[in-house]
Write a new protein. Structure first.
Length: 603
């Protein structure tokens, strides 16, 4: 078997299917994909709304609930606890398969009638303002997180406590504004940093204490801009930087950004892993093009935000399962599943949405503890096994046709046969409500040109009582009265970041920033989230070479920065020969080193 080059149905770019990819597709009995990896990722993400929350009525009880489905979205929404109860008939929406219609037309029709839970949360007391969370207590505006307490304005938090504004962090306590970090205590404004405490503005550091504005330090304490101080000297020098003042904080951020550009970055964070490419990966084996892998993942490709996974391709938010293909928010003791959304503790399920504890499902929505169902209709085992092959044959003979505009007048037709994930245009979410807009942002004009939906936030009168410029510069001057104010976001809605235009400061937040001596934020939580997101590299890889040119780095043409090596590297005075796959795009201005050269300088 040899590699094959294909042309993406969607974007018309070429992509390669490797022999090991074909082996996986054969193993789970699906045809090779017709979309390129990036278009497949975007398509999956258009089915996951993490951060857009609304108020709407429960269709069963009439109670007003927080929901991930906008009030105008034509779906049936039940309050989560009612949805999980036995007070309604899950199979009432079931229907016969209609061989005169494409499968995805029938699935779209079912999606409008099968009840769905208002949020994707489980065991989250005092945390109804959030989504895709498990075991979160007293958390506010937190998303895609698990096992947290008193955490707010965060995404991807795992085992965190008493913290604010985190993005993809594990075991973090009394900290704020940290990204891709773990095992931190009282650490703020840090990135790619682990096992550290009582510090601010750390980049790619490990086991660092009582330090400020440092990069690439391991097992150090009392440093400022990588310069060592005695404990007494550090305390004197540290007082010069008062981060409780917004003006001083902004000046420090600017100075720190310039400082870290003068130091090398490792091409990727891939540790305790074998035969693996991607970024932000721990404990993986034979994983390619993967991102945000949190351990025990094996034989995977094109997977992101994953843990405890084996033999899986094309997934976001997947884990604790095996033999999974094209899935979103799917896992928890799952096996042999394909084309799933928000499906858990199930096996042998295809084309499912919000199904749990079930098996042998095809084209089902909102089922729990069911088996041998098609379009939410119950069948015997023998009937199911006879009908599914007929449906797959029908999907290939009568494909769903999606029309996509690639210009002012050009319309391309995309065929959805068996083996394709759900079309974006039948998603219950608009493009800009979903992860697609976060990781692959495009304008409203581009969204609508592709035939997708754009959600226009309805005009809301927040009754703004305070403008950001009227907030005291220093946290010590912010009185408890700030808790009563409706504050205008500094972006004032003039951004593409789901700006809410206004926000409040909650009591725990005010007390936290007073205790830590950190200035109050001036952006709404959504804009702060996008600000953190901008620090991250995209979930995409480029082939590049190490920038170590011998005794120093290549000079960056845009910045003229040049790093002088502190030790002789394995390649001596010659340019490093190593090449790699990295999430740093070629146009990025950072100094990029391979693992050997980086270790020589840092470890």
């Amino acid at each position: 078997m040899t590699a094959e080059t294909e042309t993406c149905q969607n974007c018309k770019s070429q992509f390669i299917i490797e022999p090991e990819d074909f082996q996986f597709y054969e193993k789970i009995k699906v045809p090779a994909p017709t979309f390129c990896p990036e278009c497949r990722a975007i398509r999956r993400m258009t089915w996951r709304n993490e951060r857009s929350l609304y108020k709407r009525k429960c269709a069963a009880t009439g109670k007003e609930v927080i929901s991930m489905f906008a009030p105008e979205t034509p779906v049936v929404v039940y309050e989560r606890d009612y949805w999980w109860s036995d007070n309604w008939d899950q199979l009432a929406s079931g229907r016969e398969y209609d061989f005169s219609k494409p499968f995805f037309v029938q699935f779209s029709e079912l999606l409008k009638s099968a009840p769905l839970p208002n949020l994707a949360i489980n065991n989250c007391p005092g945390s109804e303002y959030g989504n895709h969370n498990v075991d979160c207590k007293n958390c506010y505006l937190i998303y895609a997180s698990i096992w947290n307490e008193n955490v707010s304005y965060s995404r991807g938090a795992v085992e965190c406590k008493d913290s604010f504004d985190l993005d993809t962090g594990m075991k973090i306590e009394q900290s704020s504004n940290d990204i891709l970090s773990g095992s931190l205590y009282r650490v703020h404004f840090s990135y790619d940093t682990d096992e550290s405490l009582n510090s601010e503005f750390l980049q790619a550091c490990k086991n660092v204490t009582n330090s400020l504005g440092c990069i690439n330090l391991h097992n150090k304490s009392h440093h400022i801009f990588n310069k060592p101080y005695s404990k007494e000297e550090y305390e004197i020098e540290r007082k010069k930087y008062d981060l409780g003042s917004l003006r001083a904080l902004q000046e420090f951020k600017k100075k720190f950004r310039e400082f870290i550009l003068q130091h090398p970055r490792r091409f990727a964070f891939v540790v305790q892993s074998v035969d693996t490419t991607g970024d932000n990966i721990i404990n993986a084996k034979n994983c390619k093009d993967c991102f945000d892998v949190f351990g025990e993942v094996e034989n995977a490709r094109y997977v992101a935000h994953a843990k405890s996974l084996k033999d899986a391709y094309d997934g976001y938010g997947v884990g604790m399962g095996e033999l999974i293909y094209e899935a979103v928010d799917t896992g928890l003791n799952l096996s042999r599943t394909k084309f799933n959304i928000f499906t858990h503790t199930s096996h042998d399920a295809e084309y499912t949405y919000a199904c749990h504890g079930s098996s042998y499902l095809f084209g089902c929505i909102g089922l729990r503890s069911k088996t041998h169902c098609i379009l939410n209709k119950q069948y015997t085992k023998e009937e199911y096994e006879k009908l599914v092959p007929r449906i797959i044959k029908h999907m290939n003979e009568m494909p769903y046709i999606s029309e996509v505009r690639s210009g002012k007048s050009e319309v391309r037709k995309i065929e959805y046969r068996y083996g394709e994930f759900f079309p974006t245009e039948i998603s219950p979410f608009a493009y800009n409500e979903t992860l697609a807009q976060e990781f692959f942002p495009i304008s409203k004009v581009e969204v609508e040109a592709k035939g997708y939906r754009w959600y226009e936030t309805k005009g809301q009168n927040y009754g703004i009582t305070t403008k950001t410029e009227d907030i005291p510069d220093h946290i010590k001057d912010a009185s408890d009265n700030i808790l009563k104010e409706i504050i205008e976001c500094a972006h004032k809605g003039a951004c593409n970041e789901k700006c809410t235009k206004a926000f409040r400061v909650i009591n725990s937040e005010l007390q936290f920033y007073r205790q830590m001596n950190i200035a109050l934020p001036r952006l709404c939580p959504n804009c702060r989230h996008f600000e953190r997101l901008a620090f991250r590299n995209p979930m995409k890889l480029w082939h590049r070479r190490c920038m170590c040119s011998g005794t120093k780095s290549e000079k960056q043409p845009k910045t003229s920065h040049e790093y002088e090596n502190t030790i002789r590297h394995f390649h001596g005075a010659d340019h490093c020969p190593n090449e790699f796959e990295t999430a740093y795009a070629p146009e990025k201005i950072e100094i990029l080193y391979c693992q050997k050269c980086y270790n020589a300088e840092v470890v």
